[in-house]
Design a protein around this ligand. Structure first.
Ligand code: ATP
Length: 245
């Protein structure tokens, strides 16, 4: 298969004062895969996401999206090329209908450019069905449960037709069953739509249940990268999570 990875990062470095928050990260994500970035507090996960989406400029390193060098592009230009980060969604507007929330989300990231024919966004009913929300698209977003709002936010991210979706703790605030449901929906979209996802998640059991690949980070570096079972068995990861010498 000659097609380039959806995302490739080489030698990413970001220091804050004396702290190297990201200290030489290389990674490559193939189309249609779901990977989790794990690591203890302060490992550098959030800084890594900022570098990938463009909120921070690296001190060193380069990035490619579908083989195109995006290292110097502003976040909105990366978004226009299909790199989405869930927090970039403005949030749900309670007084607007579900359909209008989805329509706004579809318009935001992909700026119309001359000579670029846009693919139409999927309709509201299709997007709601994809996230398991069996609700009238005309109803207002007000009154949804917290779990339903999280799923509407996922539908809003999908409405922008991203190529790569970076999700920083998408299940924060959800209980166990809701967390599994949301990650299961994301994994389903990866399988059905060929979406590529990188997410962070503190619940290790949920990571191992839903990620196809796990990237473990500590002190700014990737210390393990592979299928969940292999990463779980890695001595360096076990030391990190279980305190084993
Ligand atoms: P958490 O799981 O707690 O969100 P994280 O893995 O996302 O942690 P980062 O937030 O990327 O880790 O932080 C990595 C390191 O960089 C930490 O030591 C943190 O204190 C430091 N750091 C992050 N952002 C800044 C900043 N803007 N200024 C100074 N130091 C920072």
């Amino acid at each position: 298969d000659a097609s380039p990875p959806v995302l490739r990062a080489e030698g990413l470095v970001k220091a804050f004062g004396g702290i190297r928050a990201v200290d030489g990260v290389d990674l490559s994500l193939d189309a249609g895969t779901i990977s989790a970035l794990i690591g203890p507090n302060g490992a550098g996960k959030t800084t890594c996401f900022h570098l990938l989406a463009g909120q921070l400029r690296p001190d060193a390193g380069r990035l490619w999206l579908d083989g195109r060098d995006i290292s110097r592009l502003e976040p909105h230009r990366r978004a226009a090329l299909g790199l989405a980060r869930t927090f970039q969604i403005a949030g749900v507007f309670p007084s607007l209908s579900l359909a209008d929330n989805l329509a706004l989300a579809a318009e935001a990231p992909r700026r119309p450019r001359p000579g670029l024919r846009r693919r139409a966004a999927p309709d509201a009913a299709t997007l709601l069905a994809r996230v398991g929300l069996d609700l009238d698209p005309g109803r207002p977003a007000a009154g949804l449960s917290y779990g339903q709002v999280k799923r509407l936010e996922l539908a809003m991210a999908l409405a922008g037709r991203p190529r790569l979706l970076l999700m920083d703790e998408p299940t924060a605030g959800l209980d166990g069953p809701e967390r599994d449901r949301l990650l299961g929906l994301v994994a389903g979209q990866v399988a059905e739509q060929g979406l590529t996802v990188l997410f962070t998640e503190h619940d290790v059991a949920a990571v191992f249940a839903h990620a196809g690949r796990v990237l473990a980070m500590a002190d700014g570096r990737l210390i393990a990268d592979g299928p969940p079972a292999a990463v779980a068995a890695d001595p360096a990861v076990q030391r990190l999570y279980l305190g084993r010498p």
